[in-house]
Design a protein around this ligand. Structure first.
Ligand code: ATP
Length: 238
């Protein structure tokens, strides 16, 4: 579904992604974990054409998508759920969802189908998006992405700023996406949650992949435990 080879990109002369390679197969949930500033958001921006690559290759479904503009990402079946949700606060829930399918109306998922997946949003369809709780806003950002009927969803730190119960709900939704055949590439600082939901994962450090493997193996990996999981992490989730 997604193959990135030796990607280099950044901001002017600052290259924050430095020869990164990874792949996401159809039907997988793949996580990318890494500390603040490792380059996670920059990678996602490059994948949807928001920052141009200076080297390497991005292939979507076997097609060369390197350097294509953002609107092509949607046409290619890729949707980004950005960091901090970025919902349209002064528009209603319904209007936000309509924006998700706006670019490709022929392909868009009917809003009723999106609302079916998110009963909380259905109850609040006429509410201004800016008045939703953080968790509801995250659901809306997900719903808006799904309205474009993507085959690959890129999620940028969906658990950020959410209470533990809401984090669990967001991650349950991510699992449900997989069950519905959507491929997920998940960027997270919450390494425990990400590794518990993912099939495989990559660890990013200063723009380079330093570890990769089955998510369950990385969860047990002493290096990952020391750097990303912290002491007592199990109590949070068990
Ligand atoms: P976080 O988890 O804190 O969101 P991240 O892993 O997503 O971090 P990025 O946001 O990709 O990291 O940032 C990687 C590096 O690129 C950082 O050093 C950051 O300061 C820099 N950077 C990000 N955006 C810009 C920009 N618009 N202009 C210049 N440098 C930037």
């Amino acid at each position: 579904m997604l193959r990135v080879r030796n990607l280099r990109c950044g901001y002017g002369s600052l290259h924050v992604i430095r020869g990164l390679s990874l792949h996401v197969d159809a039907g997988e949930i793949v996580a990318l974990i890494g500390a603040n500033g490792a380059g996670k958001t920059s990678l996602l921006k490059a994948l949807v054409g928001l920052i141009p690559p200076v080297g390497g290759e991005i292939r979507i479904d076997g097609r060369d998508a390197t350097g294509e503009p953002p609107w092509r990402a949607i046409a290619n079946g890729v949707a980004l759920v950005p960091e901090g949700r970025q919902i349209f606060a002064d528009m209603t829930v319904m209007e936000n969802l309509e924006v998700g399918g706006y670019r490709n109306p022929d392909r868009a998922l009917p809003i009723a189908d999106v609302l079916e997946r998110f009963p909380r949003l259905r109850e609040r369809a006429a509410q201004l998006a800016g008045t939703l709780s953080g968790g509801e806003q995250q659901m809306l950002a997900l719903g808006r992405a799904l309205a474009a009927r993507p085959r690959l969803v890129l999620l940028d730190e969906p658990s950020m700023g959410l209470a533990p119960l809401m984090v669990q709900e967001v991650f349950r939704t991510i699992r449900a996406l997989k069950e519905q055949g959507v491929t997920v590439f998940l960027v997270e600082q919450n390494a425990v949650a990400a590794l518990q939901v993912a099939d495989r994962a990559y660890v990013l450090e200063t723009g380079e992949v330093i570890l990769e493997g089955e998510a369950a193996d990385l969860l047990r990996n002493p290096e990952v435990k020391r750097a990303y999981l912290g002491k007592g992490y199990k109590e949070v989730w068990e």
